[in-house]
Design a protein around this ligand. Structure first.
Ligand SMILES: *[C@@H]1O[C@H](CO)[C@@H](O)[C@H](O)[C@H]1NC(C)=O
Ligand SMILES: *[C@@H]1O[C@H](CO)[C@@H](O)[C@H](O)[C@H]1NC(C)=O
Ligand SMILES: *[C@@H]1O[C@H](CO)[C@@H](O)[C@H](O)[C@H]1NC(C)=O
Ligand SMILES: *[C@@H]1O[C@H](CO)[C@@H](O)[C@H](O)[C@H]1NC(C)=O
Length: 492
């Protein structure tokens, strides 16, 4: 067991690309594709009309209140446990009508379906057999046995996504077991303790069902998720076109990103009663996400509120994997959170760097004044003078766990201000909410533009388009941002 054998990550990890394309950026792109295909035979005029629509740009969103499948729903007799795949149409009964393939990665694939009862588009995840799996919780086994289904394992992602990470008083009946190979019979606990925070900051499933005639090499389970608008890396690639600086991005996204640490803190403190008779392991004292990165931070809505997703690597704090690596996994999660934020600032400000003619070079010997007024990420990070860099370096000294981030501290500070946003009519001063709405409009256009280009539709470039070229990262910066080997970086 180790990173070599199970690349953290998974969904779109198809070799070759510099960085993994986000699973849900693809979602947005496909949604855009549907938009293009469905709404009209596309013409240049139509496109221009859409692309140059009045500012502020409208944005698409999913309802905040989409229902969450809970464990109790899943175990309820009302829940449809099995759905047969029609191998011709790819439909699951009358309820889930196949629309489009979405993406395929190392551990599984995702497709877009029309959910007929709710008349919404949803994502259905399929898991390949090499995905990380575990013993099926025995409450589910009992259900399966009633239907003469003999299965023993299912993907960890299912247990980990179904559960809520609501802090110390939560109870749970599906264990994310101590080790992958151990069934710790966790379903015994059901004290129905009230949830302190039912919105736990993670993505949630809409449905989960067994597929008796699944294709070979896939787990006979499907998880249905809302069609989220995208993931955070798609925001970074959008703001680069708008020449926003690291300071702009920090101003806009710090209040959003603090939710990621809040969620991690909650996961870390969510205990799970294992139902074991041995007093020593009555509870599991918290969980680590173990795969925090931009691609796994999803946009909840067009206002870019954030959710933590892709739970396939979630492990309990005391998991053997952490022990064998001597990892304080909560610090690893926190450090990955920081590095994701730094990556957002870096990638999102690439346009400003290139535009200022400085690139992402960083030469230690160089007089920093030579970098000009426009800040560059690498210089700012290594000099540690700007606010976000100071906050980061100070975290690497104190190594505070997310649950101990001080209330009203740096992550909670919401500085007032405006950004100068380029618009078709020239720069416009915008407050945070307005700016994010605007960025969302451009993000949608970017997805649509890329999709149209890929589909061979020749289009005039959108007004904001220019050739943003990525510069090579200085070695010391690359080391700082690297997501693997967190243990070394936090000094353990
Ligand atoms: C199952 O459905 C029935 C009828 O729709 C409803 O009255 C009942 O509360 C449901 N049971 C559960 C556990 O959801
Ligand atoms: C699959 O769907 C097709 C088209 O609707 C239908 O003709 C066929 O009977 C279905 N196959 C099964 C096994 O239900
Ligand atoms: C399960 O198998 C038993 C014995 O073969 C049979 O009597 C029963 O009807 C089956 N149940 C289902 C739901 O197929
Ligand atoms: C960003 O800067 C580049 C290079 O200076 C420029 O070509 C482009 O028009 C700018 N983008 C916007 C949206 O102002």
């Amino acid at each position: 067991m180790g990173y070599e054998h199970r690349p953290a990550a998974a969904w779109m990890n198809i070799g070759g690309s510099r960085r993994r394309r986000s699973f849900l950026f693809a979602v947005a792109t496909i949604a855009a594709f549907c938009f293009i295909l469905k709404l009209a035979p596309i013409t240049q005029d139509k496109w221009r009309q859409y692309s140059y629509r009045a500012y502020p740009t409208p944005f698409k969103t999913i309802p905040d209140n989409s229902p969450r499948l809970t464990i109790d729903d899943f175990l309820s007799p009302n829940h449809t446990l099995s759905r047969t795949l029609n191998t011709t149409t790819q439909n699951f009964g009358p309820d889930y009508i196949f629309l489009h393939k979405l993406g395929r990665g190392y551990e599984g694939q995702a497709d877009i379906y029309h959910h007929v009862p709710s008349n919404t588009a949803v994502v259905i995840k399929t898991f390949f057999s090499m995905t990380r799996d575990q013993q099926i919780p025995s409450s589910v086994l009992a259900l399966l046995e009633k239907d003469n289904i003999t299965l023993s394992r299912w993907p960890v992602d299912l247990s980990a996504t179904l559960r809520r990470y609501t802090g110390s008083d939560s109870t749970y009946r599906f264990s994310i077991s101590e080790t992958d190979d151990e069934d710790n019979e966790a379903e015994a606990s059901n004290t129905n303790a009230p949830l302190t925070n039912p919105e736990d900051g993670t993505i949630h499933p809409l449905d989960l069902f067994h597929v008796p005639n699944t294709p070979p090499q896939t787990h006979p389970w499907r998880m249905v998720l809302p069609l989220y608008p995208g993931s955070l890396d798609s925001v970074a690639s959008t703001t680069a076109f708008l020449n926003l600086t690291t300071a702009d991005l920090d101003f806009l996204y710090r209040p959003r990103f603090s939710a990621v640490f809040r969620t991690l803190g909650q996961m870390h403190q969510t205990t799970e009663y294992t139902g074991s008779l041995s007093a020593s392991d009555i509870t599991i004292n918290g969980f680590c996400h173990d795969d925090v990165k931009l691609d796994n931070i999803f946009l909840k809505n067009g206002q870019h509120e954030l959710l933590v997703g892709d739970m396939g690597q979630v492990r309990s704090l005391g998991h053997d994997w952490h022990k064998s690596n001597k990892w304080e996994c909560r610090l690893i999660d926190a450090h990955r959170g920081w590095r994701s934020y730094l990556t957002l600032l870096r990638e999102g400000s690439m346009g400003a760097e290139v535009s200022a003619g400085k690139g992402a070079r960083f030469d230690k010997g160089e007089d920093s004044s030579a970098w000009g007024a426009q800040g560059t990420f690498s210089r700012d990070l290594m000099e540690g003078k700007v606010e976000w860099a100071k906050a980061y370096w100070s975290w690497t000294v104190w190594k505070t766990l997310p649950q101990d981030f001080p209330e009203g501290g740096w992550w909670d500070e919401v500085p007032e201000g405006v950004v100068m946003m380029p618009t078709p009519k020239g720069p416009v001063r915008m407050g945070r909410e307005e700016a994010i709405r605007f960025i969302e409009g451009v993000r949608m256009e970017l997805g649509e533009y890329k999709t149209a280009v890929k589909a061979g539709v020749s289009l005039e470039k959108p007004w904001w388009w220019w050739e943003v070229k990525e510069n090579a990262l200085p070695e010391e910066v690359e080391r700082e941002l690297k997501v693997i080997n967190g243990a070394v970086l936090v000094g353990m």
